[in-house]
Design a protein around this ligand. Sequence first.
Ligand code: FES
Ligand code: FES
Length: 161
Amino acid sequence: MLVAEPTEPIIVSVNGTEHRLEVAGSRSLLSVLRAELGLTGAKYGCGEGECGVCTVLLEGRPVRACTTPISHAHGREVVTIEGLAEQGELHPVQEAFLEAQAFQCGYCTPGMIMEAVALLRQKPRPSELEIREAMSGHLCRCGTYSRIIKAIHLAADAMRR
Ligand code: FES
Ligand code: FES
């Protein structure tokens, strides 16, 4: 016999707005963002934490939303790609991805950008190696890696100015 998982309200701030969610705590953060909150910027790829397309920031740190239970976000702050722009202005990392044309299909782009945002907060002047290491868990099926690295250098320069 299947027994329904008891649900407790999950309180989570997403892009600055607090939500009270009546969902099972074991559901993935990605599933809740996409299906309950309509935030479809974070994508579903492997579903196993291997490709990075679902990356969002949890308390400022990049996490794989596909393998993060929503219960881990209880009482915490989540930022998704939809929450990066401020007052109608794209985040410098978003601008740099556009400038460097660092995407083709764009499927990996939200996850790449969220990881890059976290990197540049920690290391405003990352070396090429540090960028490669930070982005190494992200797969781009279109192979735009060199442009992505260029975009992160551009963003770092822009954010220091
Ligand atoms: S879908 Fe989350 S890491 Fe691939
Ligand atoms: S731009 Fe297509 S997967 Fe990266």
